[in-house]
Design a protein around this ligand. Structure first.
Ligand code: ATP
Length: 257
């Protein structure tokens, strides 16, 4: 469902080094990255700050073009077929909303229906289903700007899934949420993957997300894949009884050292 083969992405950064002098520096955000995610998998994508996670996600969704290598998502090259891919993928950025700030949540959903050209009846039944499982009923008519972070996040997740995509990519979906909202989002994602078979790639700094949701974990560091295995394999890299935080800290610091 997701395939990366030798993918790299560089950025050229110009920095002022004197009154008139500017130096050019090349940042390798992602280098020679190869992995596959099969249909129906739920994969955690971990890495320290600046490791290259967001850059990977932006390339998977067609926002950024790789400087080298090949990417296929749901059978398409994301940067060349971005519009077609949009119908096959849902994307949630925890730190940003895709909803219209001043409109009631319900109106955002209607706009999304038009953007994706979803049939009215299909939309109604999908919306009813999402409203029930994500418990959106109480605030569907509130403007997005009046929603709490937890409500807004559930709204964003629903928006990403209204067109029923087979792949869902989430960039820190539980950031800033309280324990109750986190549990609601996690329960929903677990059910989505188990019951609908949606393929999920999840970026997070919250290791509770990884423990409770992911069967497989990939760890990226300095733009390269540093670990790819099950959560049990991940635990086996540290002494028995270590918490998931300790396990991951060891891996992050080992990469850094
Ligand atoms: N538009 C850009 N221009 C220049 N450098 C960039 C750009 N985007 C990302 N980078 C650099 O690429 C590297 C990877 O950044 P990226 O945002 O992918 O990391 P990340 O793993 O998502 O980090 P975080 O956990 O902090 O969100 C960093 O060194 C970052 O400074």
């Amino acid at each position: 469902m997701i395939e990366l083969d030798g993918v790299g992405r560089t950025f050229t950064v110009r920095a002022r080094t004197g009154r008139l002098r500017r130096d050019t520096r090349v940042v390798h955000a992602v280098r020679d990255l190869s992995f596959e995610v099969a249909a129906g998998e739920f994969v955690g994508y971990l890495g320290p700050n600046g490791a290259g996670k967001s850059t990977t996600i932006k390339m998977l969704t067609g926002i950024l073009t790789p400087t080298s290598g090949r990417i296929q998502v749901a059978g398409l090259d994301p940067s060349r077929r971005r519009t077609t891919l949009a119908r096959r993928i849902g994307v949630v950025f925890g730190q940003r909303t895709t909803l219209w700030w001043d409109l009631p949540l319900r109106d955002s959903f209607t706009l999304i229906r038009h953007l994706y050209k979803v049939d009215q009846k299909v939309h109604q039944s999908r919306l009813a289903e999402l409203c029930e499982v994500l418990e959106l009923g109480g605030f569907l008519d509130k403007p997005v700007r009046q929603l709490s972070l937890g409500q807004r996040m559930r709204g964003d997740i629903a928006a990403a899934l209204l067109h029923d995509p087979p792949v869902l990519v989430l960039d820190e979906p539980t950031i800033g949420l309280d324990v109750v909202s986190k549990a609601a989002v996690r329960d929903f994602l677990r059910g989505l993957n188990a019951e609908r078979g949606t393929t999920v790639l999840l970026t997070t700094h919250d290791l509770g997300d990884i423990e409770r949701l992911c069967r497989r974990v990939m760890l990226i560091d300095h733009g390269s894949l540093a670990f790819d295995g099950t959560v049990e394999d991940l635990r086996a890299t540290a002494p028995e009884g270590a918490s998931i935080e300790e396990v991951v800290t060891r891996l992050y610091t080992r990469q850094a050292g």
